[in-house]
Ligand binder design. Structure first.
Ligand SMILES: *Cc1c(COP(=O)(O)O)cnc(C)c1O
Length: 410
């Protein structure tokens, strides 16, 4: 008997298509200097990008471009090895000092991406702490979930941002066992923000350490862009802060920061750090330039928050179901995977507006949405155009999502 492997692969894709959540990637060419405009090779036309995580437009900032171009010209392209075997270079050492300084921690460690930073750090931390228990917010990013799973540590999932639930789980555990609380500051799909200070209170009360993913906050919150923990004045209370260099900083890579001993342990034991080629000098130099710029300049943060406020006001006034958020992320509820994809397709084909549909498993079923991220480069005219287009599309498709009903679904 022969096994038809191809038919398994095809059936798996068919299932996704039937559910309306087969992923189709846009094929874009961003033009440095004219972001959020980009050329779509799907439509062949210029589109306005409304769903980028290059939240502040740093991906086209002259200082970042210059730093990267200069580094490539002077140092070449790749790092040429792992950190241990010939790949360590001065630009990455500087970057690690910079992220440590940003979060006012003793040390920093750079990974190839934010995903790898989470997966490798939580995986190693929770497997090395003897008999460790991990408490994980139910909406934590896939990278944290996979790291925790790989650690094989005992895991308790607490309801999203629910302090009472977290405390009941902590209180029920053996006080003698090591405990890690893992959570995010800005949750990227709902745009809500966690009570960092109160979670630190619980951590202190129950003798736990805290692991905070600030991926959707670094560059954008706090006086120096160190994130929500900086804004809330609680940075020194968080044991480990993790971030990305690929979103608001506009480059690529991820990192963690914490005490010397903790970072040195992960540097020495984490396979996801050890057995992979180091980030190239140009990426490290670009990321450092971006961080340093945003530590000094609040212009981008102020402009972003202003644009977000205007955009939210316009959409609410037009009666669009914008989910209530406290951050720079504006999710517009569709509550149906097929309609969500159709709305996105229609925005692109009819209006040259690019907003990717967000469907399960990125968000729970029944909460499918268009996730809009205004940045300082969006003009007033672009915002008016987006609002009009959304209203037209929602009417055309008969989308009647109700944000009030979200609580029942979630
Ligand atoms: C995007 C994301 C990551 C991964 O960061 P990358 O640098 O893109 O790999 C980690 N955590 C959260 C919450 C994210 O949204």
């Amino acid at each position: 008997m022969t096994i038809n492997y191809e038919s398994f692969f095809e059936a798996s894709i068919e299932r996704l298509k039937k559910e309306g959540r087969y992923r189709v990637f846009n094929d874009l060419e961003r033009k440095a200097g004219s972001f959020p405009l980009a050329k779509s090779n799907i439509t062949g036309r210029t589109v306005t990008v409304w769903c980028s995580n290059d939240y502040l437009g740093m991906g086209q900032h002259p200082k970042v471009i210059t730093a990267m171009a200069e580094a490539i010209g002077r140092l070449g392209t790749g790092a040429g090895g792992t950190r241990n075997i010939s790949g360590n270079h001065h630009a990455i050492v500087t970057l690690e000092k910079t992220v440590a300084e940003l979060h006012r921690k003793e040390a920093g460690l750079v990974f190839t991406s934010g995903y790898v930073a989470n997966e490798a750090s939580l995986g190693t931390l929770c497997s090395m702490l003897p008999n460790c228990i991990i408490y994980s917010d139910e909406f934590n990013h896939a990278s944290m979930i996979h790291g925790i799973r790989n650690s094989k540590a005992e895991k308790h999932v607490f309801r999203h941002n629910d302090l009472e639930h977290l405390e009941s789980l902590l209180a029920a555990s053996d006080p003698a066992r090591p405990k890690v609380i893992a959570f995010e500051s800005v949750y990227s799909m709902d745009g809500d923000i966690s009570p960092i200070s109160a979670i630190c209170d619980l951590a202190e009360k129950y003798n736990a350490i805290t692991y905070l993913d600030e991926v959707h906050a670094v560059g954008m919150y706090g006086e120096r862009g160190a994130g929500v923990a900086e804004r809330d004045g609680v940075m020194e209370r968080v044991t480990m802060i993790q971030g990305t260099l690929g979103k608001a900083y506009g480059v690529m890579g991820g990192y963690i920061t914490g005490s010397h001993a903790l970072i040195d342990m992960l540097r020495s034991y984490s396979p996801g750090f050890i057995f992979t080629t180091a980030l190239p000098p140009a990426l490290a130099a670009g990321a450092t330039a971006s961080i340093l710029h945003l530590m000094e300049s609040s212009d981008e943060r102020v402009a972003q928050q202003y644009k977000v406020g205007v955009m939210r006001g316009m959409m609410e006034k037009a009666g669009l179901p914008v989910m209530p958020t406290m951050s720079h992320i504006l999710p517009v509820l569709v509550a149906d995977p097929v309609l969500c994809k159709q709305a996105s397709d229609m925005l692109l084909s009819q209006f040259d507006i690019y907003v990717q549909p967000i469907n399960f498993p990125t968000v729970p079923r029944g909460t499918e949405r268009l996730r809009i991220t205004p940045n300082p480069c969006h003009t007033h005219a672009m915002m008016v155009e987006l609002t009009r287009a959304l209203v037209w599309v929602f009417e055309r498709l008969g989308i009647k999502a109700d944000v009030e009903k979200l609580k029942e679904v979630a």
